[in-house]
Design a protein around this ligand. Structure first.
Ligand SMILES: [Zn+2]
Length: 265
């Protein structure tokens, strides 16, 4: 009987110890659970850094609607857009290129099927334009002579307030062709002319003493461009250009409310 009593005592002690351990585990788990909200007060490590160069460049976006009146072939045009795109990307501007039908090409489309296919293909070209939408016109000689102020210039740009949509820039393609006849690469020169004129739309008509925004490019500049080097923007022009695009970028909601205000007043 004593042995049985001893066994019962051992069994009771075991059960009490086990209960104590379980109670301790429960207590600890409740403490840990309650502690989690306080961890919210600790400083958080941001997943993205705000206000640094890691900010997506797409914030400063410029859409260029390209009207190819000079009938430049698609591959050459794409190559030039790529050159201008790289120059603009270097200053933190994301360019979106929208090839649009030139009016003459549109009128010559007699086939209704082709016409409707073109309408679908170029439907984005009919959308509403904002201040960060720019119209790029690549002009042949007969159109350029009506606009040109100087026989030597390669392009022109509209002086355009920052709130004005659809600012225009023109490139005189026959001048690019003339340089090509002297051995320079037309696709790369056209890309640089586009970037130069985009800068005029954004910053105004003034030229600088250095870089791509000079009034004249030397033959050594043209050689460097043709060899694949970029003429860049000088000094703080990069910052000015990017800020100019950001000022032109109005969120769609604000545009809608601006329109509503116009209707009310
Ligand atoms: Zn200029």
């Amino acid at each position: 009987m004593e042995l049985g009593a001893l066994r019962r005592a051992i069994y009771k002690t075991f059960c009490r110890t086990l209960a104590l351990i379980l109670a301790l585990c429960l207590f600890l788990s409740l403490r840990l659970g309650a502690a989690e909200p306080f961890s919210e007060d600790k400083p958080r490590i941001p997943t993205t850094q705000v206000g640094t160069r890691s900010t997506p460049s797409s914030e400063a976006t410029l859409t260029l609607r390209v009207y190819n009146y000079a009938r430049l072939d698609a591959a050459s045009l794409a190559a030039s857009e790529k050159v201008a795109d790289a120059i603009l990307q270097n200053v933190g501007i994301e360019a979106v290129w929208l090839d649009c039908p030139a009016a003459e090409a549109k009128s010559k489309t007699a086939n209704p099927k082709t016409s409707s296919a073109e309408a679908v293909k170029y439907s984005d070209c009919d959308s509403e334009m904002g201040a960060n939408d720019i119209v790029l016109r690549i002009l042949p000689r007969n159109m350029a002579v009506k606009l040109r102020r100087s026989n030597d210039s390669l392009g022109s740009a509209q002086s355009c307030p920052e709130t004005e949509p659809a600012c225009e820039l023109n490139v005189f393609y026959h001048r690019v062709d003339e340089l090509a006849a002297n051995g320079y690469r037309p696709d790369r020169i056209l890309g640089h002319v586009i970037a130069h004129e985009v800068a005029h739309v954004l910053l105004g008509p003034r030229h600088s003493d250095d870089g791509i925004l000079r009034a004249e490019w030397s033959s050594s500049d043209l050689k460097r461009i043709s060899l694949g080097m970029h003429l860049g923007f000088a000094g703080d022009q990069s910052t000015q250009l990017r800020l100019a695009v950001l000022r032109r970028t109005v969120p769609p909601v604000d545009r809608a409310s601006a329109r509503a205000n116009l209707l009310i007043h």
